[in-house]
Design a protein around this ligand. Structure first.
Ligand SMILES: Cc1ncc(COP(=O)(O)O)c(C=O)c1O
Length: 427
């Protein structure tokens, strides 16, 4: 397909999208008057406008025009049991019925912390937050305080939320913030060795997603993570695993599949069962700095450990037993194989990466082992795949990321493969 063919096909799918979503378009116009670009989340926006949703029911979402789509995004991987799961809802509503927020602890937050400590071998103690962004921000501060060092290293293509220490200095993020960060090459042992050595005793921590999520769903090599564990110990720096997405892959987190024991772990998404949450935890001696009377770090949060989120999170994790997770991962891996075949047979420069129940369609024929290859994908074809699947009733991230929920049926898994085949053969 030439660039002109892609442009023409994109115009056709955009017109079809506009025709199918008139009511969403009206709301999008209203939204644009009161919200910059009509949205509160840069990441969920796409042109011409995202559909305005009115309901989520298990594996499906319904928009303001009555379109039903299979939700392969699940609020960016957080709804692992699907929408409005009855067991989760009843526990959340029972908690909400007794009060939605208090300025003193509830047993819900204690129980959620207990579940995390029981499941994740490296985690002795936990703090809960309202978002993953807050969790990575707190973990970085904790590492700096524990080591007495200023700099934190993260990886090319990583995403750890929206605070200043996760973004590239630029609009609104002063240059000196960048001096406190080190960017490491992903899956590249010699490159990391050099950068970590160069950072020397200024390095407080290295933070890594064991599977790059937003960067394209790319697994980290075992050898690379083994190296990173040794290298951080050697450098006197802490190793932080950001498991905000990957906690769905194993009851003990992706760290259990890799057999790595990080010093700190950040959580989010599924641990709130669809409600706002985040959390971080790890070694007792490090977490001790947060002790309210003996520690040196003050960390508040009006809604930290919110009982409704915690109750929903507990219910979700109880339902997410190891066999349930195994089955979800197996279904995800089978789906990726079939999508790969469908895209491979199309002759288009397109492929798919996946780990367990996570996957990402890519508009490039390159083998994908880091986010640089993801960055070389064809933007027009990426958009075409996304809008084409929206028109066929499948909701994925604009950049092609998707995930499974336990609410999905075999027909819905087959349906995505068929929709991709239909789309690529009718461009
Ligand atoms: C790996 C990772 N870390 C941190 C975050 C930030 O979490 P939140 O959006 O809850 O602030 C995300 C969100 O997508 C994420 O994927």
């Amino acid at each position: 397909m030439t660039a002109m063919d892609i442009d023409a096909a994109l115009r056709r799918v955009s017109e079809e999208y506009l025709a199918r979503n008139p009511r969403s378009m009206q709301v999008a116009h209203r939204a644009a008057r009161v919200l910059p670009g009509g949205t509160t989340r840069t990441t969920t926006f796409f042109a011409p406008f995202p559909p305005v949703l009115v309901a989520g029911e298990g594996s499906e979402i319904v928009d303001a025009d009555g379109n039903r789509r299979v939700d392969y995004l699940n609020n960016y991987t957080s709804l692992v049991l699907g929408h409005a799961h009855p067991g989760v809802l009843s526990r959340a509503m029972a908690a909400a019925g007794r009060g939605t927020a208090f300025s003193s602890p509830t047993e819900y937050e204690v129980r959620l912390a207990e579940v995390l400590v029981q499941r994740v071998a490296s985690v002795d103690q936990v703090r809960l937050t309202n978002s993953g962004t807050e969790a990575t921000m707190a973990a970085m501060r904790l590492a700096r305080a524990f080591t007495g060092r200023p700099r934190v290293a993260r990886f090319e293509g990583s995403y750890h939320g929206t605070h200043d220490y996760t973004a590239t200095p630029g609009a609104g993020i002063p240059g000196p913030v960048g001096d406190l960060m080190v960017t490491l090459p992903f899956n590249d042992i010699p490159g990391c060795e050099r950068a970590i050595e160069q950072a020397g005793d200024s390095l407080a921590a290295v933070i890594i997603e064991p599977v790059l999520g937003a960067g394209g769903v790319i697994a980290t090599d075992q050898e690379f993570l083994d190296f990173l564990r040794r290298a951080t110990v050697h450098a006197g720096a802490l190793l932080i695993f950001d498991e905000i997405i990957t906690f769905r892959l194993h009851a003990g987190g992706a760290q259990a599949t890799y057999g790595i024991r990080p010093d700190l772990t950040t959580f989010g998404k599924i641990i709130g069962g669809g409600f706002p949450i985040g959390g971080f935890g790890g070694r007792e001696d490090v977490m001790a700095l947060l002790h309210p009377t003996r520690g040196s770090i003050q960390w508040g949060g009006t809604f930290n450990g919110n009982p409704v989120s915690a109750a929903a999170g507990i219910a979700t994790l109880e339902a997410l037993t190891p066999p349930v997770i195994d089955e979800l991962n197996r279904a995800g891996e089978e789906l990726v194989e079939r999508l790969d075949k469908a895209l491979g047979a199309s002759g288009l420069p397109a492929g798919v990466t996946g780990v367990g129940s996570l996957f990402n369609l890519h508009a490039t024929g390159e083998e994908i082992t880091d986010s640089r290859a993801v960055g070389r994908a064809d933007p027009g074809l990426t958009e075409l795949l996304h809008l084409g699947l929206m028109n066929r009733g499948y909701f994925l991230a604009p950049r092609g990321m998707g995930c499974l929920s336990t609410a999905m049926t075999t027909e819905e898994l087959d349906g995505l493969v068929n929709a991709v085949e239909d789309l690529v053969h009718n461009l």
